[in-house]
Every structure is written in C-alpha cells, then in structure tokens.
Design a protein around this ligand. Structure first.
Ligand code: BTN
Length: 267
C-alpha cells in the first residue's frame, strides 16, 4: 500500500491520529499493545501490509496475506469498565460494517450486498466471515486503561489465497462483489468513520448497539453457542447494554459473556 498517501489522509482526518506503518510485522495488535504500555497517545494506529503472526480470538491464528487485506489496530486510551468491553467490541463491528457498506455503495455502486454483524466479533457476507475483530487491553485498578481494537478484513482475496482450513468459512469483498477494491481508500473510509462516530456518551453507545442489532445474524433464531467447549442451545433473544448475548432457554434466560456462535436454525 502507499504509506505516504495513508499518512497524509489520516493526518487530514485529525492531527491526533498517529500512524505506524509496516510492510511486515508479527502482529499489529502486539505492536499497538506495546505502544499502549509505553504511553503512546490515544488514536495511535498500527497498519501492516503483512502479518507473520496475526492473532485471532481464543489464541487462534489469523491469516494475513500480503497485498490482499487490511490488517490494522487502533489504540484507544480510555478508562473502560471490564464489563463494558464486549459492547466496545460490538461498536467496532457495527461502525466497520456501516463504513464498508457505505463505501461500496458510494464508490462502486454496490447496492444489494448484505453485510452482517455476527456476535461476538465478526462481520459476515453471505454466511461467510469477511472481517474479524480482536479486542485486547490492560487492566489496572479494575479498569482498562487502554484498549487495542485489532481489525482484519479480507478484501481482495481469491479462494486460493485462503488455506484449506478456512477456505469454506472465509470470504473476501472481491469474492462477494467481483470487484477489486482499493484498499487504501477503504482503510481511510473506515478509520474516518470510526473516528467520527466513536461514542462519546452512553446515549450514543446505545444507539450504535441498536444499529448493531438491526444488522446482526441470527437474532430471534435458534442458535448453538460453544461456550468453553460446552454447547449451549436456545433462542438468541437480544443483547444487553454490555453486549452480552441473552439466550432464552426452556427454564428462562441466561446471559452469555463470550463464546462461538455456531449456527442458526431458521425454523
Ligand atoms: C478473530 O476473528 O478471531 C479476530 C481476528 C482479528 C485479526 C486482526 S488483523 C489485525 C490485528 N492484528 C492481529 O494480530 N489481529 C488483529
């Protein structure tokens, strides 16, 4: 990618944004976490063309091929209560979903692509994963004193760019639209969108969580959740203000803090 263009455009969004660009890095999240620990400012952003050890949730690896996707991490220096961290992750998801949808419509005339959020941290297109989000942070005195939002987006991948392991569950914007997307422009659009809509108040938080719900897969449907290697079943009723999933079961409702939502049953 053209790092000079990216630097200039990010500066134009706000001088507050500090960009760290790498052709190759182990993981943008690890580097942003290091910046967090070393007092780098709010809105430091780490962007890489390629990650050698891209990290996914639950210690999984994240495939981050050079020249194909967007791999970046945003350092936010805000005090956040640990119970609100899942909501923050949903906020990232909804703002990214909205930005990609708008950009594809405005720049490429793509109207009918349905892009969905999927609890807890994913963005799906046509039932396959196009984007994953990994939130990390450091807690002192019972509060996160910084968080890192790591974002991986499969943009111009062809099927052969994915490993056998993920080929059937992953997709890219190119595979779903047939269009090669300019990655720099998409990146700038997403960062601009997150920067301008990041909720400053609790009210905005609720508004964005509602938008997340409007675009979420499987709400109101029968689902299975892999929760610490135990499968729990029920109906995906809602999310609460902390972004936890409310699952309705025969004996009542339970709130699920984390897990893998496995599949919906549209009956
Ligand atoms: C997941 O779905 O499991 C989360 C994937 C998050 C991947 C992104 S790519 C940029 C950032 N750096 C990392 O090492 N991981 C995140």
């Amino acid at each position: 990618m053209n790092s000079d263009f990216i630097q200039e455009e990010l500066k134009a969004i706000s001088p507050e944004i500090q960009c760290h660009y790498f052709e190759k890095i182990d993981s943008t999240n690890s580097y942003a976490y290091f910046l967090g620990q070393n007092n780098h400012p709010n809105w430091s952003i780490v962007i890489a063309e390629e990650q050698e050890k891209g990290k996914g949730r639950l210690d999984r690896k994240w495939e981050s091929k050079s020249g194909k996707g967007l791999w970046f991490s945003i350092l936010l220096r805000k005090s956040i209560e640990p119970r609100k961290i899942q909501a923050v992750s949903l906020i990232f998801g909804e703002l990214i979903r909205e930005s990609i949808q708008t950009h594809l419509r405005e720049k490429y005339g793509i109207q009918n692509l349905s892009i969905n959020t999927k609890w807890p941290n994913d963005i799906y297109v046509n039932q396959k994963k196009m984007c994953g989000i990994l939130l990390q942070g450091a807690i002192t005195n019972n509060l996160y004193n910084f968080i890192v939002g790591g974002i991986g987006i499969n943009v111009n991948h062809q099927s052969s760019d994915f490993s056998e392991e993920v080929k059937n569950i992953a997709t890219s914007l190119y595979l779903e639209t047939g269009k090669i997307i300019n990655r720099e422009e998409l990146l700038i659009h997403i960062i601009q969108h997150i920067y301008s809509r990041w909720p400053q108040h609790e009210d905005n938080l609720k508004e964005i969580l509602d938008e997340w719900k409007n675009h979420a897969l499987f709400i109101g449907k029968k689902i299975q959740i892999n929760h610490y290697d135990k499968i729990i079943e029920g109906v995906f009723k809602d999310i609460n203000e902390y972004g936890h999933l409310i699952l309705e079961q025969n004996h009542g409702s339970v709130q699920i803090l984390t897990g893998d939502l496995m599949n919906g049953d549209s009956k």
